[in-house]
Design a binder for this molecule. Sequence first.
Ligand code: ADP
Length: 495
Amino acid sequence: MASETTAARNPADRAWPLWLAGEPAPAASGRTFAVHNPATGQPLAQVAEADAADVDAAAQRARDALDSGTWAKLSARDRGRLLRRLAELIERHADELAELETRNNGKPIFESRQIDLPMTAAVFDYYAGWADKIEGAVLPVSGPFHAYTQREPVGVVAAITPWNFPLLLASWKLAPALACGCVVLHKPAEQTPLTALRLGELAAEAGFPPGVWSVLPGYGPTAGAALATHPLVDKIAFTGSTAVGHEVMRLAASSNKRVSLELGGKSPNIVFPDADLDAAARGAYNAIFYGKGEVCAAGSRLLVDRRIHDVFLAKLLDRARRLAPGDPMHPKTKLGPLVSQEQLDRVLGYIATGRREGAQLAIGGERASVPGHERGYFLSPTIFDQAQPDMAIVREEIFGPVLATMDFSDFDDAIARANATSYGLAAGVWTRDLALAHRAARALKAGTVWINTYNQYDPAAPFGGFRQSGFGRELGRPALDLYTETKTVWVNLEN
Ligand code: ADP
């Protein structure tokens, strides 16, 4: 325990090899790469760098485990037991994992410890329960036949995940895949591979057999592309940007892999004039500033009824004024640094564009200085008012704590503006009118609609996008469809 805690405090004190088929291994090339602490800008650890050769080795071992080895022979109930044991290990190591997540990603320790870690454990626990409940059906076909379906694992699953929720978004893919009897190759984002590597180690401790679980940190165009094209990989489960999602789908098409994509968003948060305005202001604030706004479902477009605009914005600004970026390891910090210099530059670029295009900067907009962390990638919480539909800050995903506010005149105008986007991940609606709330939920083109709340997630609640936000639903029962094939069996009863 003591040494693990030390490793979380100073990850440079240990080696970070690949996790290859259930064991530590150096990269075949011998190469490593540095990962950074965004709160200090300093290197945090050296990590083995997987490329095509390592992907090939892991894929061969995965295939063997699936086709002949111990995994295939394990009962569904025993698979569930392994997942539950892993959930328990995650809970037991939650302090260490939360600290590692915060040091690598920059998200406040409060979020890592209170949200990411409990939910990661809950996702493994939830799918542990599904493992022995994945059933086929007897089909009412015509003729002298007995016909039935059975659900079989789709096979070798490659999970490619982003840096914003390194552990949690991995669990959304790995837990249902394993519950369905698949084997997994996980490529975490190159910025944030540390907790994924620890998760692989904990999976071995839980008893997952060799071959079933590999973690292959590395870069997208090398390790990621090798996964997307490898002939032994059956399915790609991807979360990341829309542009890379397109590329992954294109790469996977040549071998007809199954693909599910959870991509970007530009989610609208609509405040009707009869809403509880204090609750809505708190909701709008959390919708954009939770997770530093590096959240695919962030409520990054705020739509406010013209009649309440001034009073509502005053409430929101009052909250934003009290949100100071700070050391993410401090338990009271609510806004940490952005993940990297590159991301900070990108977000600052959008802020400059917003100003140039004529949006009114109501608060923030600058790099923030945090005493003792002068080289960290901090940004002050930023709110634009008077944004217009054709501005880049309204149309494009910024992926940072930057809110674009627009007015609307009535219900139809609100819905038209909300749906005027190529994305469709999530939406929020604030009103006390029950019928209006459900009318809005029906009209909004989004995979999730939150009414009088925002950013709610649960392992039982499916999540995914319409349109450019991707396809396939993670979490809940629908995720089982992503990791199984349905086989139909016909039996002639007259033979
Ligand atoms: P973000 O914008 O959140 O950084 P990206 O879409 O750039 O997201 O990255 C998400 C994941 O996709 C990361 O693990 C990244 O390494 C991986 N990736 C990037 N490019 C490719 C590619 N060409 N093929 C496969 N995976 C890739």
